[in-house]
Design a protein around this ligand. Structure first.
Ligand SMILES: [Zn+2]
Length: 300
């Protein structure tokens, strides 16, 4: 098996020469030959330990004419095979540099049923959760990894998925079924609605009496039991602004929205200044948003 990326790498005219610990060495009892002809000297005990597929392969009787060190022809290219072996081999370090390379490695790990190596592959995937959540979600869908899908969906909340609906389909989502994509969009939408509701209706908020007696212009804000409180206009405007942002990007950092900085510079009366707005933005509101979003489940 070789993917387009490994084909590009493997078509390099310079032959790939395996290095330690896969160079020719005493003690190796098997040669894995890549599709482009590179020989990897390996120990079948190690391969059998991580892969029932290789274990079965090694248990098959060898022909009498077999060479002293039997070789096995594989469909994987040398670059991919090298990365896969370095993923679990003693005295080797994983050398995966991109998500695409990691994707190739995972494909081979799954092909040879190397389940004991999958947790490490998932750890490597974590590096891409925040930068490529859709690609990670696609991988999770392909292998039915719910834990990875949930983490990727959560990271997608830091992106404006709704806005992307107007653009071409993201290439990272290639191979994802319509149902799986729908589930992701639905999760994103529901989290956006939860975040909107959290900021539009302060049912969870312990209203500070200092705001009741403040001398600023007031406007109604929905509070507990669907009743309204008269909030200072600057505070209401902040809530409206952050609500708009969170509806589109539910994972937004409310400390970094433009509306936060605008609010900081607005005139406030002495009473207002006694209300710890910074604490509201940096602690109370983020904590409540987390509670609300934590309750929403991704269908998978
Ligand atoms: Zn005031």
């Amino acid at each position: 098996m070789s993917c387009p990326n490994s084909d590009i790498i493997d078509s390099n005219p310079s032959p790939f020469i395996p290095t330690h610990p896969f160079a020719k060495a005493a003690g190796a009892d098997t040669i894995l030959r890549s599709s482009d002809g590179a020989d990897f000297y390996v120990h079948h005990a190690i391969l059998s330990l991580v892969s029932p597929v290789f274990e079965t392969m090694f248990s098959l009787p060898q022909a009498e004419s077999s060479p002293t060190v039997p070789n096995i022809d594989l469909q994987e290219g040398s670059a991919t095979l090298d990365r896969v072996l370095r993923f679990f081999y003693p005295a080797a370090q994983p050398n995966v540099a991109t998500l695409e390379e990691l994707q190739d490695v995972i494909e081979v790990l799954m092909k040879y049923d190397m389940q004991c190596v999958i947790p490490m592959a998932k750890q490597h995937l974590e590096k891409y959760h925040s930068s490529r959540p859709l690609a990670v979600y696609a991988i999770a869908c392909r292998y039915r990894w719910k834990d990875v899908a949930v983490a990727a969906a959560r990271e997608s909340l830091n992106h404006a998925l709704r806005a992307r609906l107007l653009a071409d389909a993201p290439p990272d989502l290639e191979g994802v079924t319509a149902v799986a994509y729908h589930n992701l969009l639905q999760y994103h939408f529901r989290c956006g609605e939860a975040a909107r509701s959290t900021t539009a209706q302060l049912r969870w908020f312990s209203w500070p009496t200092t705001l009741d007696y403040c001398r600023c212009n007031k406007t109604p804000v929905m509070f507990a039991d669907d009743s309204y409180r008269q909030a200072p206009v600057w505070f209401s405007q902040y809530l409206t602004g952050v609500c708009d942002v969170l509806t589109v990007i539910p994972g937004s950092n409310v400390r970094e929205t433009g509306t936060f900085y605008t609010t900081l510079w607005q005139n406030k009366c002495d009473r207002c200044c006694q209300f710890n707005f910074i604490n509201f933005v940096t602690s109370q509101l983020p904590a409540q948003l987390k509670v609300e979003i934590d309750e929403i489940e991704l269908r998978f």
